[in-house]
Every structure is written in C-alpha cells, then in structure tokens.
Design a binder for this molecule. Sequence first.
Ligand code: UDP
Ligand code: MN
Length: 270
Amino acid sequence: MADQAFVTLATNDKYAKGAMVLGKSLRNHKTSKKLVVLIGRHVSEPSRAVLQTLYDEVRLVDVLDSGDTAHLVMMQRPDLGVTFTKLHCWTLTHYSKCVFMDADTMVVANIDELFDREEFSAAPDPGWPDCFNSGVFVFRPSNETYGKLLEYCTEHGSFDGGDQGVLNGYFSDWATADIRKHLPFIYNMSSIAIYTYLPAFKQYGANAKVVHFLGKTKPWSYTYDTNQRRVWGNVQEASTHPGYLLEWWSLYSSCVLPLKHQEHGEEPFE
Ligand code: UDP
Ligand code: MN
C-alpha cells in the first residue's frame, strides 16, 4: 500500500551506511511498502545521493533549525538531540501506518506482515523484557501524538538518555495492555541472545527476520576484506554475531559500494 512505509534514521555518514544496507535488504526481500530515511544535516552529499537511489523519500530533519515546538523542547533538553530526530517520524502524516527500524538493523526475510499490527507494537528488550526495544516498532504518524511525545520529553526526559526511555515512558502500558502489541523476538533479534541464551538461539535463531546490531560496536566499526570475505576487528566481539556480520558486509560490498561508484565515479569515498 502506498500509504505505508518503513522508516529509518541516520544523523551522520556512519549510520547512513547502516541505512543503506537496511534499505537494500528490504528491497532484496521485495517489500511492497515505501522506504523513508530521515537524515540529519551532518550526512554528506555523496551519502545522500546513494540514499536517494535506495529510498523513496530522503527527508532532512533539522530539529535545531526548525523553529517549532521541537526546537523549543530541544533547548530545554539538549542531551536528547538524536532522540528528537527519531520522534520526528510521527510527523510523516502522509502515511497512515509505518514501521520504524534502527539504521543498525538488517532484514533477512520479508516482514511486510508487520503492517497488520497496530500502534504501538514492539519486541521485548533483551536486557529488561518488561520494556520494549525501540529498534523496531509499528506506529501511526500523527501530529497530535508527536506533540504529546515532545511534551512528555520536556516533563519527564528519558530514563536511559535515549529514545527507548522516552518511548517506554510514554507507551507505558505496553508490557501489560495487549499481547498483540508484543512483536516476536524474531522481528528484532539482537546478537546479545547468542551469549545470554545460546540454547534458545540454537532453537529459534534460524527463524530470525530482523537482525539488530545493538550496542557499542556496529557492523561499520569493523573492516572487511573483500577478497577473503572476512571481517577484521575485535574478534571476540565479532564472534558474538558471526554470520550476520558477514552478511551485512557482503550486502554492503556487493550492493552498496557499486552504488557509491556509480554516483561518484571511480573514487568511492569509502
Ligand atoms: N542514530 C543516528 N545517529 C547517532 C546515533 C543513533 O542516526 O549518532 C539513530 C540510528 O538510526 C540508530 C538509532 O538512532 O540505529 C538508535 O541508536 P543505536 O542503534 O546506536 O542504539 P542501540 O540500538 O545500540 O541501543
Ligand atoms: Mn540500534
């Protein structure tokens, strides 16, 4: 449906790489939905050009320049910069329903069925399962909700300093109100599960539809050897998401890098 979209966010070139891989993975799995990426002003022109080829809509969100309520709220809570940018997804009111996905996620199967769910649906956070993880969620754009979220931010801030704290505070009945709003973990599987509950990962891991590279080290923090098809970096960390990390890099090098070449001639910027 034309009025439904997957939405992601990248405020800089590093996260833009993630958004490129995510966009490509959604296309490869033949989504019928629109793809939207919200970008910050620090995303470079070359990255924007590549994002344009993968996404239906590349929308610049500049909370600092906006001069609206978001700007005023931001002045009171300068610590929540990226969070405000993420909340902006509620202003995409030309869509009736959206699925937000962090730029550090990658789909490994078609997930269009998520649009059968209602706001606010999300999967449990592996660290505190009574909270949802805000890396993948179903929502309905609405200026009214957006306003209320900003209001909530000003009054209560974020208990974890990020969007997950704000959203869990605002949608605080998620844990108990309606089990249909609990997305199965396979829609937001973080590799943390591999070392916190290995038997479950062995049993269910193959069903994963979305992989989330949650945490400090992101796929783009490693280096990749195209010839040997190997990932270099902190081996111990890399071994906690072995196959998926390779899959991310293989998508990046086979599908995203050629786009960069195409957009910028023989000298890709990275
Ligand atoms: N993000 C961004 N720029 C930043 C930090 C975060 O664009 O400097 C966006 C990006 O979409 C990212 C999401 O906010 O995936 C949440 O941050 P992150 O994935 O780093 O948090 P984690 O999932 O590791 O808790
Ligand atoms: Mn994330």
